[in-house]
Structures are given as structure tokens and as C-alpha cells.
Design a protein around this ligand. Sequence first.
Ligand code: PMT
Length: 397
Amino acid sequence: MKQKRIVLGVTGGVAAYKAAELTRLLVKAGWDVHVVMTEAGSRFVLPVTFQALSGNPVYTDQWDARPDNNMAHINLTRGAAAVLVAPATADLIAKVAHGLCDDLLTTLIAARDCPLLLAPAMNRQMWDNAPNQRNVAQLKADGVAILGPGSGEQACGEVGDGRMLEPEDILMRLEAALRPKPLAGKRVLLTAGPTFERIDAVRGITNSSSGKMGFAVARAAWEAGAEVVIVAGETPLATPPDCRRIDVQSAQQMLAAVELEVPHADIFISVAAVADYYVLNQSEHKIKKDAHILTLELAPNPDILASVACAPKPPFCVGFAAESENLLEYADAKRRRKQLPLLAANLVQQAMGADDNEVILLDDAGTHRLPRGPKLDVARQLVAHLAALYTHTRKPA
Ligand code: PMT
């Protein structure tokens, strides 16, 4: 991945230890990380920890006369995609809200030419303290992104708002904040994962869809500015930030959830691997093993995507086609039969359960092959394509 430069500010709070993990995650995600610590920050975690994790010198003092600190308050942010402060204390927030510049971090923030993101971390009373709330409101009005804080148990033993978000969450929000927002104000409904068709109290029929592709599309749509609802079959995957999740088991439950949500959706993306049949002769109790042959009667499930796409006023519908052969031919037939403006075709043996995917997009203009890569990369390209198509199709005449 091409390296992107970021300045990570670390101020004096217990959560500074989590900034070390954040540095590791940023580096893993391809960021060139330059850490600047306040004096208080360096009392919680030694600068050498960040130097080892980032592979770059750590800056702690605006009076440091070493050559690479020359004009650090200007040079560090030139070419940087963002300044991120995690943890951001009430003190740092107050100084930035009032434009104070009394150390290297606050001075470079004032002199920056890139977005600023703060991940607050403090005791719940400090967070709720009226001056702090005024400062946060001022920063938001100034266009500063405030990430969190989360809520829960705090280092002091109290419980409430003020916990720093987890490093994975901060990374996702940082990357989202820097992406274009072609779906701002749009509501995206999507299905993801497998369905499970019950046979008896303990058994059922399912498939090996992991939900990874659907959740990646949900995250990409959220990054693009959409409000996202995921109707998810059984999957242990974590819900992407700010997305609303409805857990279901069977295809019929998935259809019921989709029918409730679809009137509010601008775009419907059907990524779930929905079972085509359900068991007609389900048993309420565990079926006992005996010498007889057991016959399951299977009846067709509703086609969720087709029922949404063929409604009188459908949202913009995007389907997926998982085929094991004749990918383009079968996918094209599916797109026409279900009257879809856009369909993503993938080979089941490459896509299902895997971390990577390779997708061909089919629309009225033809086919567009997306390069094989991690599902999130594929999802971002799919969302960019669908956003362009959506804007073009829904443009007023
Ligand atoms: O979850 P992963 O492990 O990441 O795997 C991703 C995936 C392979 C499941 C995904 O990329 C994918 O291809 N999803 C669609 C799988 C599928 O069921 O394809 P299909 O060709 O059988 O169905 C065509 C379309 O109709 C799909 O959009 C499907 O969601 C929808 N459908 C199908 C049957 C049904 N009863 N209701 C539906 O809505």
C-alpha cells in the first residue's frame, strides 16, 4: 500500500498506552506515522516505545535543536493527510479551542494545513464539565472531527462517558473521515452473511458465507457518508461504526426485516447468501436417531432481492451473483431477470469465506472488472461505482 503520512499527537492520559497499539495499527494499515508527545504524555508512555513502533523519531519538545526538529511545528504537517490526537485530554481540547500554542503539539495544530481529529479521553465528570462541553462544541463548529468518546468503565473506577475509543475504531473513523462522501444523506440497506434454515431444535441447513463481503460493503457505504442498516445472518463479525444491525436467522426472517426497513432506503444491496429452500417438515424437538431413512421436504424461499427490485417504487438495487462456472453468462441473466441497475459477479470458490475477492460489475454500460484484493478494497470500488451510477440515474430530468 502507498504510504500516507500522519501526525499522531499523544497527550497525558492513562489511555496513552492505547496510542501505542494505535500506532501499530496505523503502520500496519500503510501509514507513515510521526508521533508528537506532550510533556505529560511522555510521563505515561516513554517516547522510545512510539519510536520503535512508528520507525520514526518522536518529537517531544519545541526547543529541541536537533536538525530534524528544525521548524517541526510547520514541517511535520506539510504533506500529512491529518493530525490525529489520541488521547486528547481536556487540557489539549481547551487549548486548541482557544488557539493557544504553548508547546510543539498545540503549535503545530495551529499551523497545520490538514484536517484535525481528536479522540478525547477523560473522567466522565471532566467530559461533562461545562467548559469542556463548550470547548468541544466550539471545535466541532470549527470543523474539527471529535472521535467518540466511548462510554463504560474508566481507569478511576467510575462508569460513564469519556473513555477513549478503541484503536481499531479510531483507525476506521480516521480513514472514513478522509474519504469522499458521494453517499452523504443517503440511506443504504443491505443484507449480509448466510441464512440458516432450521431442521429441528439443534440442526439446520446453511452455507459458508462469512459475512465479510457484506460487512465490507457496509463499511464502505458508511465511509462514503451513508446511513447504513445491515440485516445480518449469523456471523461473529463486529458491526462497522455507526451502522445499525438487525440479526436474523432464516430467509423468511431476513425478508421480514428487509420489508420493514426498505421503505426508508434509497439504496438496497443484497450481499447475503440466502438459502433457496427451507425445510417444510421442521421438527420442534431434536429428531431422534433411528433406523429409518429421514426425508426432508424442501420448499422454495422467497427471493428477497427480486421482491424489492420488482416493487412499484424500488430503491436503487444492487445484487450479487455467486457462481461456480459461466460467471458472466449466469450473472448477466440474473441481472436482467431481477431488473437490477447493477450486479456484482464473483466466483463462489474464490469469494465465499475468503478475505480477498475478485468482482466483475455488470450494468447497462457493460462490464467492469475490479482487481483482486482485500474485500474492503473491492467494496470501496463497488461503492464508488454504485454512487456514480446512482447519482447519474436519479438525476432530475
Ligand atoms: O460472506 P462472504 O464469505 O464474504 O462471501 C461473500 C459472498 C460470496 C456470499 C457474496 O460475495 C455473494 O456473492 N453474495 C450473493 C450470494 C448468492 O446468494 O448469490 P445468488 O446468485 O444465489 O443470488 C443472487 C442475488 O439474489 C444475491 O444478491 C442474493 O443476495 C439474492 N437472493 C438470492 C436468493 C434469495 N432467496 N433471495 C435473495 O435476495
